[in-house]
Design a binder for this molecule. Structure first.
Ligand code: ADP
Length: 271
């Protein structure tokens, strides 16, 4: 186990970083529309980390929400084809916005859409790794999402928390930062219990931690803390330190990578 101070300290020298952003960070909670102010600040911060010499892989949710916005749909449809169509429409909308903001800061992006097959089949995994690595070597920022327009349950990873952990492990990233709409993992669901306290570090993901992570979170997000804990297990077991950090606070990425005690850290396991 890496100790707390060492784990936070090590973040300063991390070179390859996966950053995952959830729908609840990308969209306004009350309208479901894209939060352009927040997206722009986030992109600027990522662009600056890239300028500072970091390799960034950006895993973004939000395609279905962006598709719903575009078509003026207020309630998420229930059928698979409708959600696939919204993902197809929204993915383009999202990439258009990312392309615009990243280009403003001189960055180039490359889109990668994955399904479970890309991570479980050794051959497909190798191709995926090579593609991501080459995008990084070209000095660009891969923007990754699940290929929701074609993925069905059998070939789905299902949520971008787990997807980001799989990508971080596959790419031997040092750090995975999951940006959420909350400051980190609390010892109880803070929406239900106001006495909930933020956990600075989770050294061991045991049944207590799984229990406090509870079920799905907000109406915009899909996974809640539960899938973030699953992601932490995958990440830490594969030598990746994971953090859950509030994506609504400007500067949090830079500050946490400077070793400040922000969010919840899950130090990697050292084998
Ligand atoms: P995202 O879209 O960022 O992935 P989610 O809405 O899926 O976010 O998950 C975050 C939400 O999980 C929080 O806003 C909170 O309501 C809920 N939650 C449930 N249990 C906890 C807990 N123990 N600590 C923190 N958040 C919790």
């Amino acid at each position: 186990m890496v100790t707390l101070s060492t784990a936070r300290e090590n973040l300063k020298s991390a070179r390859r970083i996966v950053i995952k952003v959830g729908t609840s960070t990308l969209a306004h909670a009350d309208t479901g529309k894209l939060n352009l102010y927040r997206i722009e600040h986030l992109i600027r911060e990522i662009a600056d980390l890239h300028n500072a010499g970091k390799e960034i892989i950006f895993v973004s949710s939000g395609a279905i929400a962006a598709g719903m916005n575009k078509l003026g749909i207020k309630i998420k449809p229930q059928t698979v084809p409708e959600n696939q169509a919204l993902a197809a429409i929204g993915q383009g909308v999202l990439m258009h916005i990312y392309e615009k903001f990243f280009a403003e800061y001189g960055q180039t992006i490359g889109q990668i859409l994955l399904t479970k097959e890309n991570s479980v089949d050794a051959h497909a995994r190798e191709h995926c790794r090579n593609s991501l690595k080459t995008i990084l070597d070209m000095g660009a920022i891969p923007v990754v999402n699940e290929n929701d327009a074609v993925a069905v349950d059998e070939i789905k990873i299902g949520d971008n928390d787990n997807l980001s952990a799989i990508v971080a492990a596959m790419m031997n990233a040092e750090v995975l930062i999951i940006l959420s709409d909350i400051d980190g993992l609390y010892d109880k669901n803070p929406n239900v219990d106001k006495s909930a306290r933020l956990l600075d570090e989770v050294a061991e993901i045991d049944s207590d931690i799984e229990r406090i992570a509870g079920g799905a979170g907000t109406k915009l997000g899909t996974g809640g803390m539960f899938t973030k804990i699953q992601a932490a297990k995958v990440a830490t077991a594969n030598g990746v330190t994971m953090l859950i950090v509030n994506g609504a606070t400007n500067g949090n990425l830079r500050r946490v990578l400077n070793g400040e005690s922000i969010g919840t850290i899950f130090p990697k396991k050292v084998t």
